[in-house]
Structure formats: C-alpha cells, structure tokens
Design a binder for this molecule. Sequence first.
Ligand SMILES: Nc1ncnc2c1ncn2[C@@H]1O[C@H](COP(=O)(O)OP(=O)(O)OP(=O)(O)O)[C@@H](O)[C@H]1O
Ligand SMILES: [Mg+2]
Length: 113
Amino acid sequence: MKKIECYIQPYDLDTVAEALAVEGVVGMSVAEVKGFGVQRGFVRGENVKPGEFRFHPKMKVEMVVLEKDVERIIAAIQASLKSKQIGEGKIFVLPVADAVRTRTGERGRDAIM
Ligand SMILES: Nc1ncnc2c1ncn2[C@@H]1O[C@H](COP(=O)(O)OP(=O)(O)OP(=O)(O)O)[C@@H](O)[C@H]1O
Ligand SMILES: [Mg+2]
C-alpha cells in the first residue's frame, strides 16, 4: 500500500476529486492547508530576499491505494490539472505500513478495498 499525498490549487479540487472517483479510488481525505514550493510563494521575476516566503492556500488531497494503482492515479491527477502554471501542484508517494478497518478488524489491503 502507498499513500498518495497531493497539494493542489483549491479551485482544482472538484476536477481532481472527480477524476479520482472515475479511477475507482475508494477513500480520500482533503484538508485546507497553506504552503509554498520552490518559488517560495512568489511569482517569477519578483525580487525575493533570502529567507523570504509567502504561504498560499492549497488543498491537500490524500488517499491510500494499492501499489499497482499508483502510476494510474498519478497520471489521472496530472491529466486533470491543465494550467501548467507554477504552483499548480505536487504529488508525493509514501509507503504505508498497514491499515485497519476499525469496524471489522480487517487489515492491510482488506481494510482499504
Ligand atoms: N517539498 C515540499 N514539501 C511539502 N509540501 C510541498 C513541497 N513542495 C511543494 N509543496 C506543497 O505543494 C504545493 C504546490 O507546490 P508547487 O506546485 O508550487 O511545487 P513546485 O515544485 O514549486 O513546482 P512549480 O515550479 O510548478 O511551482 C505548495 O504550495 C506546498 O503546499
Ligand atoms: Mg512552485
């Protein structure tokens, strides 16, 4: 199992969530966060002093999926984001040690399917 964690523009949330639902993702959590990437929240061309940064509102979308589905889901997220502007988004893939469905005690892939 892997966790796909992606940071996107808030206005892209519905498009991304719909694309993920089409891919058959069975669970997802979203949170409003603030963040910055390599431009440290500034647009290109601005004179950024060392150590300066600006937070911008982002949505964090996370889902635990089977390893075999990771590349397909990444491709679906990328395809649903079309701005190709800086700050568009970033995806991280993390290992997941285990999962538990509390109601039944199912573990691992049984708990997420
Ligand atoms: N290394 C990181 N660790 C944690 N969160 C990050 C990291 N990089 C980016 N993020 C989150 O992802 C959001 C989107 O990042 P962003 O798309 O700006 O990445 P980037 O690498 O700067 O690419 P680009 O050059 O296209 O802007 C950030 O606002 C932040 O919330
Ligand atoms: Mg950036």
